[in-house]
Design a protein around this ligand. Structure first.
Ligand code: FMN
Length: 177
């Protein structure tokens, strides 16, 4: 399988990236081909809502999202990876997902597999409730097939994350896809 990780933290070597690396190692060990895009490093605009695309494309904007779109359409599985920012995904990852708009029929038509990787400082049981609800709704709307999620509560810094059980859980999610 071709797996694309959309990594939404501006810290490209932070906690989200650590769990992405574990997942990618597991998936590679299982024979999958894994790519990662650090979306905060890509120069693209937020959707302007012009709807020139008619929710189907082509997009009126031509920027760094062109490459992201091409990689999504060449993939079999998308992994959304994000630190929790005010109980949701980062603005960078959300801006990337908003740009799916111009490729909506192509993305839904692929019936992609998907997964969610998230980290947060908070360790309460409800930490990821809002993010999970959003992810589940995206899966439903985009006709994805959820293959699992790593919800790294209490992962406030890379050292906290590195010694957490979520490192192995992320590896296993990739290894046993
Ligand atoms: C702007 C901002 C908002 C945050 N909001 C939350 C939050 O709502 N809940 C929480 O538990 N942690 C929150 N955090 C903490 C991060 O989710 C946490 O430190 C995470 O490990 C950062 O991941 P990274 O190293 O991949 O960037 C926030 C951090 C920042 C910078």
């Amino acid at each position: 399988m071709n797996i694309l990780i959309l990594q939404g933290s501006p810290n490209t070597d932070g906690s989200t990236a650590l769990l992405c690396e574990q997942f990618a190692r597991g998936a590679s060990d299982a024979g999958h081909n894994v790519s990662r895009i650090d979306v905060a490093e890509i120069d693209f605009s937020p959707c302007t809502g012009c709807v020139t695309c008619g929710y189907g494309g082509p997009c009126a904007l031509h920027d760094g999202f062109d490459g992201i779109r091409a990689q999504i359409l060449a993939s079999d599985m998308i992994v959304l990876a994000t630190p929790l920012y005010y109980y949701g995904m980062t603005a960078q990852l959300k801006a990337c997902i908003d740009r799916f708009c111009s490729a909506n029929p192509s993305i839904t038509g692929k019936r992609l597999d998907s997964a969610l990787i998230a980290v947060a400082w908070n360790a309460d049981s409800w930490t990821f409730d809002a993010l999970e609800a959003h992810y589940d709704t995206l899966v439903r709307y985009l006709r994805w097939n959820d293959r699992g999620r790593i919800l790294g509560k209490g992962c406030g810094t890379p050292s906290m994350t590195d010694r957490s059980r979520f490192m192995k859980e992320a590896y296993d999610l990739g290894r046993f896809l």
